[in-house]
Design a protein around this ligand. Structure first.
Ligand code: C5P
Length: 410
């Protein structure tokens, strides 16, 4: 996977810098081309000669090299397919998050427009510092891949979170990002996620246990595959792509329909409540003397079905020859639904795809504890309108998301 790839490693001045010698060897063993840029402080922990020998390349530290005609930060940024900053100190993280470029490494980052992995390592108190955390959130929002530090015994003598994550994790993330197929580039993908929240009064609501993880994984992967992504969700999330926060099924329907015309693919991964309270009290309802109360519920609109009906109408209009008007017909989006069942999964899924009229239905068994709701794993079947079935075996939700897009667009 890494053969011939250009990996730029950025090393900053933390004690974990010595571990990066092994990371360079791991990449080199797979025939990657490795170049290293260091902050001047990094060289207090590891020598330039070591890094040069391991990477078999010059090591960049100085920003202004008078023997080079090209500005160095631009050439480093142009040549690399990916940048890996490890260890990343609180200082360098702060500079990157605030656009400061006062050395070669930070200037390269500023000019870099490909994936950047950041593996922080620092004292646990520094990691917990609210400004450091604010900077990390800024980087997450801007699309940097942060490798969370691990907990344990730290070089400074403290016990806590701050150790550089394992080199295997950094290596695997590098492989994952370099093997992403940009099959969604130029496409707009809209994804819904989370359980809808249906108000009863000003303080109470009806909802469900959906974690929103499958929808978020689909959105993350679509983004990595080059799509313009909109995630319509009931959860609080910070992402480097568009997020629309909604509460109820009605809000979600409005938000999705607003995106319909401009989207190429809509995936309804949200757990939309089937019913909502008929009357929502605009005050906090009082406890009554009675042991029982009733809340009258009415059916929510079926968002997926109504999207499929919109698509059907477009197909009919095009069929009737609306293009005679010389208007380019709207290219209807691919519509994908989810089918969460606890019994007779495939039978119900086949009935559902026909009833809803969507192009694909992703069927998952929510009776299993090891996958589905709240889990980071899933195991699904992708059923198409034409009747094909592709079973995707148990994997992380991100891996499943990748395989779903490959099934639809591959
Ligand atoms: O009908 P059922 O809830 O089993 O179908 C699940 C699929 O339909 C999911 O894709 C879900 O997001 C969508 N759905 C919807 N509107 C509803 C209920 C479900 O779009 N009111």
């Amino acid at each position: 996977m890494l053969s011939g790839k250009n990996i730029l490693i950025g090393i900053t001045g933390g004690i974990a810098a010595y571990k990066i010698c092994e990371l360079i060897r791991m990449y080199k063993r797979m025939n990657a081309n490795v170049r290293v840029v260091c902050t001047p402080n990094a060289l207090n922990f590891v020598t330039k000669l070591t890094l040069q020998n391991l990477s078999q390349n010059d090591v960049g530290v100085e920003e202004f090299n008078i023997e080079q005609y090209k500005p160095e930060h631009i050439s480093y940024a142009d040549e690399a397919d990916i940048m890996v900053i490890a260890p990343a100190t609180a200082n360098t993280i702060g500079k990157i998050a605030n656009g400061i470029c006062d050395n070669l490494l930070t200037s390269v980052v500023c000019a870099f427009n490909k994936p950047i992995i950041i593996a922080p390592a620092m004292n646990c108190g520094m990691w917990e510092n609210e400004f450091v955390q604010e900077n990390i959130m800024k980087l997450v929002n801007a699309g940097f891949y942060i490798m969370e530090p691990e907990s344990g015994f730290l070089a400074c003598g403290y016990e806590g979170k701050g150790r550089l994550c394992s080199l295997d994790k950094i290596y695997d993330k590098t492989v994952e990002l370099l093997s992403v197929n940009k099959i969604l580039s130029g496409k707009k993908v809209v994804i819904t996620s989370g359980g809808t929240i249906e108000a009863i009064d000003t303080v109470r609501y009806i909802s469900n246990y959906s974690s929103g993880k499958m929808g978020a994984a689909l959105a993350d992967v679509a983004y990595e595959m080059g799509a313009d992504v909109i995630l319509i969700t009931t959860k609080d999330v910070q992402k480097p792509y568009g997020v629309v926060k909604v509460k109820s099924a009605i809000d979600m329907k409005d938000a999705v329909e607003r995106e319909y015309d401009s989207s190429d693919c809509i995936i309804m991964a949200a757990a939309v409540a089937d019913y909502r309270a008929k009357n929502i009290a605009d005050y906090k309802m009082k406890k009554s003397e009675s042991n029982e109360i009733s809340i009258e519920l009415i059916k929510n609109p079926d968002i997926l079905k109504s999207l499929c009906e919109m698509k059907q109408k477009e197909a009919v209009a095009v069929g009737k020859g609306s293009s005679v008007l010389n208007i380019e017909p709207h290219k209807s989006p691919v519509i994908v639904g989810f089918c969460a069942e606890s019994e007779n999964l495939m039978e119900n899924a086949k009935i559902k795809i026909a009833k809803k009229g969507c192009d694909y239905l992703i069927a998952n068994d929510i009776s299993r504890k090891d996958i589905g709701f709240s889990s980071d794993y899933n195991e699904v079947s992708v059923i198409s309108k034409s009747g094909t079935i592709k079973n995707l075996s148990k994997a992380t939700k991100k891996e499943i998301a990748k395989q779903i897009f490959e099934e639809i667009y591959g």
